[in-house]
Design a protein around this ligand. Structure first.
Ligand code: GLA
Length: 408
């Protein structure tokens, strides 16, 4: 039983906001003012993590142009630990995987101008069975800070010892803040308790669903698993009110370049996550990245949509069978729009400038964010979209302002 005096005030504030059905204010740790960008080991490597992998990934993040495109965080997921804590209750990195410990890896990553992320769980064990942080939050947060960690993904496995979700996730938020080190705090409770209603006050992002898998769609998910790109997308449609600078909905890490996804599906996945202001955390093997995948992950016009806050993340404007239209207001008054073909045959998909929220004008500038060319339109926004693909545009009423980098 948790004593009332120990219940952090943040939880009470969050609870009040839920009752009032208004989202709490964003966590004021000054971080993630735009959605975090980086890489995480889990989607490709699962438990096969090592200093060697993390350092090689950091090298390629620089040499591939990903760093220049905005990617910063190199994140170690589960399985970096020994199965037992050390003699003083401390977490110990597995010396077979991280022979010099985590600080040496953080130093390496920092020398590249990048940042290091790590993983723990708000329960007694991590999802792969390593020691969890429940009851050790202060000690573990201090250790992360001492090592130079910049980002924590905080999972939801193990026993909760009777504590509620907000209690467990707030304990780590408080512990991170107490270290004085800026550490992005990424909640991963899988959307179980509608974190979009309470996590803004304690974290920088919160997972909205169960784990992503590298496939377009699953017809028969069991207990919400596995989730393909469309399955996760559909769960985002009702959440666009909840995010804001410093506090983002997280529809899970990218599967671009992984599994069963072809080039069109990779582009569609990346475009949609950008429109949702999702954290763009790549999950592919950068050492084997194809030119096509690199071109997708470094498409600056699409990344610019993700990194722009025009007051609301992308939302679904319309769905008609297999044709979806999604739009997102941009801070310069333009609107980003995606025409998504969910189905397995080509489709002509059309919307209009006014339907996506632009004011009425005699002509519009339409920038194709994948073909990188501009055209004008009297108001129709349309395209022939291949199967499992998107067309993505940014549309201005009248001319695009100078300096938006949009000449055809
Ligand atoms: C959970 C998370 C995944 C990953 C694994 C690691 O399933 O949702 O993203 O971190 O645990 O075990």
């Amino acid at each position: 039983m948790i004593a009332w005096r120990k219940l952090p005030s943040m939880v009470l504030a969050a609870a009040l906001c839920v009752l009032a059905n208004t989202p709490a204010h964003a966590l004021d740790n000054g971080l993630a003012r735009t959605p975090p960008m980086g890489w995480n080991s889990w989607n490709t490597f699962h438990c096969d993590v090592s200093a060697k992998l993390i350092e090689a990934t950091a090298d390629i993040m620089v040499s591939s142009g990903m760093k220049a495109a905005g990617y910063r965080y190199v994140n170690i997921d589960d399985c970096w630990l020994l199965k037992q804590r050390g003699p003083h209750g401390e977490l110990v990195a597995d010396p077979a995987k991280f022979p010099q410990g985590i600080k040496a890896v953080a130093d390496y990553v920092h020398r590249k101008g990048l940042k290091l992320g790590i993983y723990e769980s708000a329960g007694t064990i991590t999802c792969a069975g390593y020691p969890g942080s429940l009851g050790h939050e202060k000690q573990d947060a201090k250790e992360f800070a001492r090592w130079g960690v910049d980002y924590l993904k905080y999972d939801n496995c193990g026993d909760y010892r009777g504590e509620t979700y907000p209690q467990r996730y707030t304990a780590m938020s408080d512990a991170l803040r107490a270290t004085g080190r800026p550490i992005v705090y990424s909640l991963c409770e899988w959307g179980n308790q509608s974190p979009w209603n309470w996590a803004q006050a304690i974290g920088n992002s919160w997972r909205t669903t169960q784990d992503i898998t590298p496939r377009w769609h699953t017809d028969q998910p069991a207990n919400g698993y596995p989730q393909g790109i469309l399955d996760i997308l559909d769960q985002q449609a009702a959440l666009s009110h909840a995010s804001r600078p410093g506090a983002w909905n997280d529809p899970d890490m990218l599967e671009v370049g992984n599994g069963y996804l072809n080039n069109d599906e990779n582009r569609a996945h990346f475009s949609l996550w950008a429109l949702l202001n999702a954290p763009l955390i790549a999950g592919n093997d950068l050492r084997k990245m194809s030119k096509d995948v690199r071109a997708i992950l470094t498409n600056r016009e699409v990344i610019a949509v993700d990194q722009d806050w025009g007051g609301r993340q992308g939302y679904r404007v319309h769905r008609d069978g297999n044709a979806d239209v999604w739009a997102k207001p941009m801070s310069d008054g333009s609107v980003a729009v995606i025409l998504l073909n969910r189905g397995s045959g080509p489709l002509h998909i059309a919307t209009s400038a006014t339907a996506i929220g632009l004011k009425s004008a005699s002509s519009y500038t339409v920038r194709d964010l994948w073909q990188h060319h501009s055209s004008t339109s009297a108001g129709a926004i349309e395209a022939d979209v291949p199967t499992h693909a998107v067309a993505m545009f940014r549309v201005w009423a009248g001319k695009a302002p100078a300096g938006t980098g949009t000449p055809g």
